[in-house]
Design a protein around this ligand. Structure first.
Ligand code: AMP
Ligand code: MG
Length: 489
């Protein structure tokens, strides 16, 4: 009797492909020469209902490379537009293919997308390809963000393509398999508003409500509700970023999701030294997307979303604008509320008092003045290790610490409870830029994935405070030139 091949567990559905045709182009990934699976996310595969054994074999490699389609796939490239550094452009998946939406054993729906899988009608002058370093980088940072408890797209696998990709020099090509609650972006709505008619815009909004906010579908002004929910999710997300010192680097409206997940790990990086003006991206010359500006940029992007949704808020434009402005006015206070709640937790505070914000701001000001490491300052406060270090040796800090201790006494919590709260609110480790670079260099230049695997394994439990994590908590040695990241490679 012939042996029946074990199935990978694909259970693909295609709700996005049922949208009006302007939203996508059906197109297959372009096969690559000699694919090799270099990293695979077992736990993620299992949670998606996929069989890791099958996917780590020949079938998986071919699927993740785009050389073969998984059972039931209907590949397409999505259309969108967006404001890039403030300028509006028509974009779309220029190097990505949505294979379908995997329905998990729990009944959840996740986009399965290949990135770096070849040209599409939206490629413009691009080659449709991606290089190994940046795809591994996305894998590391997105998985680290997930472990930190921050909503994010995930990374299921990276394959090397066996082909060279021409950049400043020829680099090894790669394809990343990205998993997302959806790839709907602020830019998808901007696209609908500019290139679609009202029926198409409405179809997109109805689809989004159904997919992400079904509980508001039947409400009176469901489109305004949709907008309010996106505002809320983004306020929460960006507060999360600020709390862990994450700099996204390219917060264009096409890189802001409707689901509230972090997306597009191009030039992102984590703060070492605390400074709100920190910019890592080589192309962000004017600091538009600096760490300290992220909350405001979030608001700017949400205003662009409102502009796209206006005709759905109210038939009368003036009334629509009023509704939008009223909704958007909630963003800043909401952000502040999430951020303050997170900061209180970082300092072990359970209750809220009027002066908490001042206490927090004073600490941040001292961190900036004395060039303290962001993550390690909170780590040291958590562990009570504030004896040595530039900041901790100052009188200013001693005075602040006294105020903090006095504030801690204004609540009922025990020392153990304070410690537990601080430990779960202050990561012991983050993906330090120099550690990420070290792992990428070994993988890309020497085909050695051991450093990357080790890094991934410590980053999987950032709040564990284990001895193995200690060496990963050490900041980089002082450098003559600031750390720089590069986009779109
Ligand atoms: P990003 O900066 O990664 O958000 O990309 C901005 C836009 O450029 C998106 O529409 C991408 O699909 C497109 N893009 C980036 N790199 C390439 C490439 N190598 N080939 C084709 N399109 C690309
Ligand atoms: Mg993008």
């Amino acid at each position: 009797m012939a042996k029946v091949a074990k199935k990978a567990g694909w259970n693909l559905s295609h709700s996005y492909a049922r949208l009006p045709e302007i939203f996508f182009t059906r197109i297959k990934p372009i096969p690559v020469r000699a694919p090799k699976l270099v990293i695979f996310n077992r736990p993620l595969a299992v949670s998606l209902g996929l069989d890791p054994e099958v996917l780590q074999g020949k079938e998986g490699v071919e699927i993740f490379a785009g050389n073969r389609l998984p059972e039931g796939a209907e590949p397409l490239a999505q259309a969108y537009s967006g404001h890039q550094f403030g300028y509006f452009t028509l974009l779309g998946d220029g190097r990505a293919h949505l294979l379908g939406e995997q329905i998990t054993p729990d009944g959840e729906r996740y986009d399965i997308q290949l990135k770096g899988s070849g040209r599409t009608p939206y490629s413009r002058s691009g080659d449709g390809r991606a290089t190994l370093g940046p795809m591994l980088r996305e894998y590391i940072i997105s998985e680290a963000m997930h472990a930190l408890g921050i909503p994010t797209t995930r990374s299921l696998a990276v394959v090397k393509t066996g082909e060279g990709v021409r950049r400043e020099k020829v680099l090894p090509g790669a394809v990343l398999c990205r998993v997302a609650a959806s790839h709907l972006r602020v830019g998808t709505f901007q696209y609908a508003a500019v290139w679609g008619d009202l029926t198409e815009l409405k179809a997109l909004a109805d689809y989004t409500l159904q997919r992400h906010f079904p509980e508001y579908r039947n409400e009176a002004n469901c489109y305004l509700q949709l907008y309010k929910q996106v505002i809320k999710r983004q306020a929460k997300l960006i507060a999360h970023w600020q709390l862990v010192g994450f700099v996204h680097g390219v917060m264009n409206t096409d890189n802001m999701t409707i689901s509230g997940e972090t997306i597009d790990y191009g030039p992102c990086a984590f703060l070492d030294t605390y400074n709100p003006a920190t910019v890592f991206s080589s192309i962000d010359e004017h600091g538009r997307y600096a760490y300290g500006r992220q909350p405001d940029i979030g608001g700017w992007n949400l205003a662009r979303l409102a502009e796209a949704l206006l005709p759905l808020f109210h038939p009368d434009q003036e009334q629509a604008v009023n509704l939008a402005q009223e909704a958007l006015a909630a963003y800043q206070p909401l952000y502040q509320e999430y951020w303050l709640a997170g900061m209180r937790a970082k300092l072990g505070l359970f209750n809220r008092l009027e002066d908490d914000e001042t206490l927090i701001t004073e600490l941040l000001n001292l961190m900036e003045r004395y060039e303290a490491d962001y993550t390690n300052t909170f780590r040291a406060l958590t562990l009570g290790e504030t004896k040595s270090g530039k900041l901790f040796c100052t009188r200013d800090f001693a005075a602040w610490q006294e105020r903090w201790q006095a504030r801690l006494r204004q609540q009922r919590a025990t020392k153990a409870e304070v410690l537990a709260l601080m430990k779960k609110s202050n990561p012991a480790i983050i993906p330090r830029n120099h550690r990420v670079e070290e792992a990428l260099a070994a993988a890309v230049e020497r085909d050695d994935y051991s450093i990357l695997e080790n890094l991934l394994s410590v980053l999987a439990n950032p709040y564990a405070y284990t001895p193995e994590q200690e060496k990963y908590a050490v900041p980089p040695p002082p450098a003559d030139t600031p750390y720089r990241t590069f986009c779109g490679t």
